[in-house]
Structure formats: C-alpha cells, structure tokens
Design a protein around this ligand. Structure first.
Ligand code: URA
Length: 200
C-alpha cells in the first residue's frame, strides 16, 4: 500500500521490496529484483517483470533481451554500470517478482507492485522515463493503447510527487522477434537522447 512506501529512502525501499508478500508471486520467486544502476541517473528504464535469469541473479535484464538493451544504451553513450551520473541509467521493472513460467503479470499483481515503482521514481527524480513494452506503458501512462500508438513522442506525466517526461518504446524481447521494428526503437532511443541532451 502507498501509505507504507511514501516516505521510504533507498535502503528502506529496497528492504521493503525484498520482504514483500503483497501478492502470490512471492511464493514462487527466488528473490525480488529491485533494479540496478545509479541513484543519480537521469534516465530511468522500466521493463515488464523479471524472467528466469533475473529471478536467479536478482538483477533486471541480464538475459538475451538485456544484452540487446545494453547494446542500445551503449549506442547513445549510456551504461548500467556507469559511475558518472550523466552516463548512467537506472533499470527496473513494473513488477519486482518473476511471474511463474514468464506469464504476463496480472493486473492485481501490477497494482500491488505500483507503489514501489512510484517511490523509485520519486527517489530518483529522473529527467526521463523510458517505458519498454505494454506493461510499463500501462503502469506509467495508464493507457492500454498499443505501443505503436504511444511511441514516437514525449508524454508528460505526474507520477507520485514528480512531473516527468515519458517515452514509450518496444520491449527488447519483442525486438528480438520482430526485427522490422528495430529501426523504430532506434528512433525512440534517439528521441530519448535528445530529451536528455546527450552529445550526438
Ligand atoms: N524482461 C523484462 O521486462 N525485464 C527483465 O528484467 C528481463 C526481461
């Protein structure tokens, strides 16, 4: 519940997530996946939910789609392990626990997890949110529209106590299957780089 997270700092929020039993995903997880990156990052990337590798390692996007994400970030001069805030990112998911057999998260699970994501956004105060895929777009924009309709522009949203631009793009796992949309994802990344005023 929101009341429980609104005042937490990073360590307390991390601890609260690690002990969460708000939905049934806690029964089947190996561990929670809080997020990775710099607490001063300007870009926050939000995916869907941990998969098998993420559940085992406790870090988001460490599997195949993570490799693609890291390559895309490198192309605009960013990295998940960057020490300088201007080159850093913070990467997390809409849902912090792996859904069994990688099924889609259910609305009730996403809702239970939403206060954690909201507090992460408040603490990070990113200059830009990049929502990857349908579930992140739903969580951050509250829209069920297709990615194809939401991508390609900057949405301004108030999330918790912060007002932040949001860009929606395709999920990397989708891009691995649908090469035709890679060029569009690259356009979205370039739009993100321009909002972040990254050197071309
Ligand atoms: N897909 C996601 O959405 N998140 C991960 O952490 C890994 C794969």
């Amino acid at each position: 519940p929101r009341a429980g997270t609104a005042t937490l700092d990073w360590p307390a929020l991390r601890a609260a997530v690690s002990q969460c039993r708000a939905c049934a995903l806690c029964e089947s997880r190996t561990q929670t996946v809080f997020g990775v990156g710099h607490e001063g990052a300007r870009l926050m990337i939000v995916g869907e939910a941990p998969g098998e590798n993420e559940d085992l390692q406790g870090e988001p996007f460490v599997g195949q789609s993570g490799k693609l994400l890291d390559n895309m970030l490198r192309a605009i001069g960013l990295a998940r392990d960057a020490a300088k805030p201007e080159q850093a990112v913070f990467i997390c998911n809409t849902v912090k626990c792996r859904p069994p057999r990688n099924r889609n998260p259910e609305p009730a699970e996403t809702a239970k997890c939403a206060p954690y994501l909201e507090r992460q956004i408040e603490l990070l105060q990113p200059r830009l949110l990049l929502a990857m895929g349908r579930f992140a777009a739903q969580a951050l924009l509250g829209s069920d529209d297709a990615i194809g309709k939401l991508r390609g522009r900057v949405h301004q949203r108030t999330i918790g106590a912060v007002s932040v631009p949001v860009i929606v793009t395709y999920h990397p796992a989708y891009l691995l299957r649908t090469l035709a949309d890679k060029a569009r994802a690259w356009d979205d990344l370039c739009l993100a780089a321009s909002v972040l005023e990254l050197p071309a």
